[in-house]
Ligand binder design. Structure first.
Ligand code: CTP
Ligand code: MG
Length: 170
């Protein structure tokens, strides 16, 4: 593989996943919100989603994610970025919620560690959203997204922890 092919893969990886990464990272600024599950418990007696998934966080994520997509639209003068960009943002947040749902079923408390699930729940949701929106990222781009997100997650969560935005460094 030539150097320019690698640059191209990296370029498309960030292009496709930046809106979703933004949507996934910005809800952390919501300190206290209204839990989406309204405090309700599932059949197993544990919270459906837990206090870490709030309406405010969802709205903030959608807002900043779509802001990034809007920047693409303005920069490229092409509205078609909304077609896959908006579903990728919504998919990321729904994927993150599904991740929390699975964690609660596994009896992992809010903020508890679930290796790979914590890092990749939003990535799978975003990928489904991108494809649902009619875009076709290559398998190289999707695999590269997986690696980039796993790496960035470690770094950004450490920063969020040091800034006291998160209680745990994962
Ligand atoms: N957040 C939110 N609403 C969302 C998603 C995230 O308010 N829909 C905020 C919460 O303050 C959450 C923080 O962003 O604590 C970090 O998100 P995440 O790591 O996904 O939540 P956790 O606290 O780790 O909870 P869980 O165990 O359910 O993943
Ligand atoms: Mg988490």
């Amino acid at each position: 593989m030539g150097g320019s092919a690698l640059v191209s893969i990296l370029y498309y990886t960030f292009m496709y996943y930046l809106p979703a990464m933004t949507a996934n990272a910005t809800p952390v600024f919501v300190k206290k919100g209204k839990p989406i599950d309204a405090g309700k418990k599932f059949l197993d007696g544990r919270r459906i989603l837990g206090d870490g998934k709030t309406y405010e966080g969802f709205i903030v994520g959608i807002y900043f994610g779509i802001l990034v997509v809007s920047a693409y639209v303005v920069l490229a003068g092409d509205f078609s970025y909304f077609r896959w960009g908006v579903p990728s943002v919504i998919g990321a947040l729904l994927g993150d919620m599904l991740g929390s749902f699975i964690k609660r079923r596994l009896n992992i408390p809010r903020g508890g560690k679930a290796f790979l699930l914590d890092q990749l729940d939003f990535f799978f949701g975003a990928t489904i959203g991108i494809i649902f929106g009619g875009a076709a990222p290559s398998l190289y781009v999707i695999s590269c997204g997986l690696i980039v997100i796993l790496t960035l997650h470690v770094i950004t969560n450490r920063i969020a922890y040091e800034l006291k935005l998160k209680d745990v460094p994962w």
